[in-house]
Ligand binder design. Structure first.
Ligand code: NAP
Length: 481
């Protein structure tokens, strides 16, 4: 067993200001992540945190609201009441309306009370993107946009390329690109980072990582839930804008990118950008959309919004010429799982065929990278069945389950990403040109499907995308438990 508990890497203590600190994102993800980092000793008593929102609230009321979202830290994490009280001591609640500007002076007063004026201040905009402009202008008007200020924003950064450029231009008026951290929480997942370690810290895979050896790549991000009360929001986006434009294309980039010279934010992002720019424009035949049968009933009106999409991508460069990347994502599918499956080419010749090894029908080697749940890697190999009964072959697996390998819990993606904002490390955050390049792929896709009615699919299936691979003589590798 390996204990990955982070020895408290010395970080300069920082201030976290969560604007929209009473909202769903802040309560479910951001503050619990900060609490876990506090429990692990990475956030020390020198840090400060503030939840800023319009509604007036005492710290005790805020703590009562937040507590249920931190319950698993008390259960499995062993947090005590002392830990909780120590964490709350670092927390302030600030009444702030970014639209009217009211409360900006309170925020400025909070910031000015810091002991070290050079410490990083992280402003996390957990508010609707339509308020980003107001929020950044408020920060500027109150003298809070200093060189050590950092701005964190979340998707959706726009609805298409045009709106995304408009939102990002608003941010750029006030903050330098080096201060902007665009979160794609998929990039904070341990296995996603491990994908880079797997590829670039080992020689065995990288030497096979090309069209000489890889037949195709599949990426599946499957959810079992439906739109659950978010139908109004979801209907304006759909699976392509909500999932493909950001998470799935980022995963494609990490699988397909060339090795950067150094593990440095801009070098990694340069390489990802090259992949996005090498993706061939899709045709209508490359896209399959679906909608689960109960969707319009849940929405309360007719809609052609896709709750499922599968796409076949071609990457036009030497490494990947001829290797399709099939991606799919959807709601109300058979199981919740995110997996990247690298399928290697079949053996060029089968020496076992003549003596009845049955190897001809056996599956090719596959590397399966599981992002959720239970993060880990599996390598599918062909082995000999033990015993004297001749050369009988069977598919076997080398399994590296992170749950079994590491003693303590794997941190949530937000924990890693929040600490990276304090570190000033932008490697796992999307740069503006990446976001635009992704929209340059997605905008034409949306135009191609504009007049299409998605195929209805039954909940609990894996969606209507068999044909997309079937015509290429391939099948989906479904995640299993
Ligand atoms: P939410 O639950 O509606 O929360 C919105 C927050 O914004 C509340 O704290 C609200 O505070 C605050 N707020 C609204 N108007 C404000 C104003 N004029 N000045 C200051 N604060 C204001 O929304 P959410 O789900 O947390 O989402 C926040 C953002 O994150 C959105 O852009 C969303 O798309 C994005 N996001 C959310 C999730 C998620 O899991 N929820 C995931 C990814 C991205 P009061 O109403 O108390 O004033």
């Amino acid at each position: 067993m390996i204990d990955p508990k982070v020895p408290s890497i010395n970080l300069r203590p920082s201030d976290y200001v969560i604007i929209g600190g009473t909202g769903d994102l802040a309560l479910r993800k951001i503050f619990p992540a900060l609490f876990w980092r506090y429990l692990d000793g990475q956030i020390t008593s020198d840090y400060r945190m503030a939840a800023a929102a319009r509604r007036e609230m005492s710290r005790a009321d805020f703590a009562a609201m937040l507590r249920p979202f931190c319950e698993d830290a008390f259960g499995t994490g062993g947090a005590s009441e002392d830990d909780w009280n120590g964490f709350l001591d670092l927390l302030s609640v600030i009444t702030l309306d970014v639209s009217s500007g009211e409360g900006g002076d309170h925020l400025a007063a909070f910031i000015s009370e810091r002991s070290d004026p050079a410490r990083p201040t992280i402003f996390y905009l957990a508010i609707a993107p339509s308020l980003f402009g107001d929020a950044t202008r408020l920060l500027k008007a109150n003298g809070l946009v200093t060189p050590q200020a950092r701005l964190v924003v979340e998707k959706p950064l726009g609805h298409d390329g045009t709106s995304s450029r408009a939102i990002n231009a608003e941010l750029a008026e006030i903050f330098d690109e080096s201060q902007i951290y665009r979160i794609d929480h998929y990039l904070g997942k341990e296995t996603v980072q491990n994908l880079m370690a797997l590829r670039f810290a080992n020689v065995i895979f990288e030497s096979l990582w090309n069209n000489n050896h890889i037949d195709h790549v599949q990426i599946t991000v499957a959810e079992t839930v439906g739109v659950d009360g978010r139908a109004g929001y979801y209907d304006r986006y759909g699976a392509i804008r909500d999932m493909v434009q950001n998470h799935l294309l980022q995963l494609v980039c990490l699988v397909a990118m060339e090795p950067p010279s150094f593990f440095d934010a801009d070098q990694v992002r340069d390489e990802k950008l090259r992949v996005l720019r090498a993706i061939r424009p899709l045709t209508a035949a490359d896209i399959q959309c679906g909608q689960y049968q109960e969707y319009t009933q849940e929405l309360g009106e007719a809609s052609d919004t896709e709750t499922f999409v599968a796409m076949k991508l071609a990457i036009d460069n030497w490494r990947w010429a001829g290797v399709p990347f099939y991606i799919r994502t959807g709601k109300k599918l058979a199981r919740r799982a995110s997996e990247i499956v690298i399928t290697f080419k079949q053996r060029p010749h089968d020496i076992f065929e003549r003596n009845g090894g049955g190897a001809i029908d056996s599956p090719p080697n596959r590397l399966i990278i599981r992002l959720q749940p239970s993060e880990g890697l599996r390598l599918q190999l062909i082995s000999k069945e033990p015993g004297p009964g001749g050369m009988r072959l069977f598919p076997s697996e080398l399994n590296l389950s992170f749950d079994d390998t590491f003693e303590s819990r794997l941190p949530d993606a937000y924990e890693r990403l929040l600490m990276d904002t304090a570190r000033g490390n932008q490697t796992l955050f999307m740069r503006r040109d990446e976001v635009f390049a992704a929209w340059d792929i997605i905008d034409p896709v949306m135009a191609l499907i504009a007049d299409r009615t998605p195929h209805l699919y039954r909940s609990g299936t894996m969606g209507p995308a068999d044909e997309l691979l079937g015509t290429d003589g391939r099948i989906w590798v479904d995640p299993h438990d």
